[in-house]
Design a protein around this ligand. Structure first.
Ligand SMILES: NC(=O)c1ccc[n+]([C@@H]2O[C@H](COP(=O)([O-])OP(=O)(O)OC[C@H]3O[C@@H](n4cnc5c(N)ncnc54)[C@H](OP(=O)(O)O)[C@@H]3O)[C@@H](O)[C@H]2O)c1
Length: 511
């Protein structure tokens, strides 16, 4: 499987399926940003569960880097985070007592060279190695400073154990900043020591795309331009921007969701079978998809994209404010809260098949899915009757209620040959534990040295290079289309999907 694994397989809560996972070798798990939102909401609950079910070796330690607080205050903060975000874990005293002795603190700011030295002194040889995972749960402007600090303190060399650097999203804000960050990190770490996290790829339902495609022989013959009309990949949310206004104003939906999560999902849907299921073999295939994406001339961008912003409206029975009325948002803001982009992959498999990626906040439903729309039946044998068979669709629901839905036509009971759509559902997991599970899966992969679900530097740069012209075209716009919060009222989507069988697929939880 992977390097640096040891210990017995354990039954994990990762999938509730009783599968065996490997316990990673003991590790110093270092968290920069140990007091931040990500740490409290995602990392600590995930680490606590991982320790409990044996995915983290019992000799491992969790070293939080923080400033201006005592270790006891930090512990209280973590506990309060559990209370707020993971109440079930908070109520589990046994798990907390088990977890607490593993939490150690290193004092200091990220710009303090002596902190890195203290960190070096604090790293322990666990088992026979001084393994370390450095998780950067910090604002992106600090990633390079941390890498340099670790280097100067002699914490990058792998002579006495592995050293792995985990970088959170966003990775750059355009091609230039992403390339610069890659160069800076690669000046001190080797590429295989860098884990660029995209928590979307940690979701069971996203990984299922690969298993569904490559563990079933019935899919491959259909998975191409001969049978597929188009593909829509979407993340539709009902929430607004919440507390992220400052970040979002500079980001917008295209950067926040399409350049990262949705393009990554597209590569999994479109890639060729890799020669083996290893990090580089999978990433080589994903990279080929990105390289085959058609580039649009600046005057074509408006034809292939949609941007819009939510106005006020009703969501879940409550009145919500327009984007421009949110705290910390400029009243003149033209930042998009809805973005869509139509891609074409210029290769033999996908020539002419549109891939429509779209995402929006304050939409009518919270659903994320991949919808494969097949071509219409070539000839309607039952044409003399009222119903025309609909084109088949295969829908991968990523969240909530992950699963697979197949829409096929079947005979209506009765004396005619009229048909109706039959919906075949295979739901395979509950959504409740999924968010934390993505971080469990990804951190376990880091600990076991498996980079398959992480983005390589070339993938990141290629995807930025594709969206960059769109960002440029949108940069100076003064007008942006508005849609009412809590609706699907983005009129331009009908135009974007007008040549697609079935048009814009507005997801519903009840199909
Ligand atoms: N929150 C999420 O759900 C989420 C999801 C995906 C990606 N991310 C990414 O994860 C990273 C962290 O996000 P977040 O939401 O956790 O941010 P946050 O709540 O603002 O936390 C930032 C953390 O960085 C620390 N920090 C900042 N400057 C520091 C300095 N000079 N010295 C020492 N510590 C410093 C803060 O410590 P102090 O408390 O001492 O200021 C705090 O612990 C960001 O890159 C974000 O984009 C977050």
């Amino acid at each position: 499987m992977t390097e640096e694994t040891g210990g017995a397989g354990v039954e994990s809560n990762l999938s509730n399926s009783g599968q065996d996972y490997e316990t990673a070798a003991p590790c110093n798990i270092v968290i920069f940003g140990a007091t931040g939102d990500l740490t409290k909401r995602k990392l600590m609950p995930a680490l606590m569960r991982m320790l409990h079910c044996g995915l983290i070796h019992r000799d491992s330690r969790i070293l939080g880097v923080l400033r201006n607080r005592s270790e006891a205050e930090w512990h209280e903060m973590i506990r309060a985070g559990l209370h707020e975000y993971s109440p079930q874990l908070d109520m589990d005293e046994e798990k907390w007592r088990e977890f607490l002795p593993h939490l150690k603190m290193v004092d200091g700011g990220l710009d303090d060279d002596t902190m890195y030295q203290r960190l070096a002194d604090a790293l322990e040889t666990l088992g026979d190695k001084k393994n370390a995972m450095f998780y950067c749960a910090i604002p992106p402007e600090w990633y390079n400073r941390v890498a340099q600090g670790l280097f100067k303190a002699g914490l990058v060399s792998e002579e006495d154990g592995y050293r792995r650097l985990v970088i959170e999203k966003p990775f750059g804000s355009n091609l230039a900043t992403a390339s610069a960050l890659n160069k800076e990190l690669q000046a001190v770490f080797k590429e295989n020591q860098i884990y660029r996290i995209d928590h979307y790829l940690g979701k069971e339902s996203v990984q299922n795309l690969l298993v569904y495609r490559f563990a079933n022989s019935i899919m491959e013959p259909l998975w191409n331009r001969n049978y597929i009309d188009h593909i829509q990949i979407s993340v539709s949310e009902t929430i607004g921007i919440e507390y992220r206004a400052k970040y979002y104003e500079n980001s917008g939906a295209l950067r926040d969701m399409i350049q990262s999560h949705l393009m990554q999902v597209m590569t999994l849907v479109a890639m060729e079978p890799p020669v083996e299921f290893t990090a580089d073999a999978v990433r080589d295939e994903k990279m080929k998809v990105l390289r085959a994406l058609r580039r649009f001339d600046p005057d074509q961008i408006a034809v292939h994209t949609v941007s819009a912003q939510y106005a006020s409206g009703m969501v879940g029975g409550e009145r919500v404010a327009a984007y421009v009325a949110e705290e910390d948002v400029s009243p003149d803001s033209s930042t998009e809260t809805f973005a869509a982009m139509r891609f074409y992959i210029d290769n033999w498999r996908w020539q002419g098949v549109p891939f429509i990626l779209w995402t929006g906040k304050r939409m009518k439903a919270k659903v994320s899915e991949v919808m494969i729309r097949f071509r219409k039946p070539p000839f309607n044998l039952f044409d003399s009757h009222a119903s025309v068979p609909a084109a088949n669709a295969l829908v991968f629901r990523l969240q909530p209620e992950p699963g697979v839905v197949l829409r096929v036509n079947a005979k209506k009971p009765g004396l005619t040959t009229d048909n109706e759509e039959m919906v075949m559902r295979a739901m395979y997991a509950s959504d409740t534990s999924e968010a934390a599970d993505a971080y469990e899966i990804l951190m376990h992969d880091v600990l076991t040295g498996d980079g398959t679900l992480f983005s390589r530097s070339d993938e990141i740069e290629e995807s930025w290079s594709i969206v960059e012209p769109v960002l440029e075209a949108w940069k100076d716009r003064v007008f942006i289309e508005r849609y009412r919060a809590g609706t699907w009222d983005v009129a331009a989507m009908d135009e974007l999907t007008k040549d697609c069988v079935g048009g814009w697929h507005k997801p519903t939880l009840h199909e």
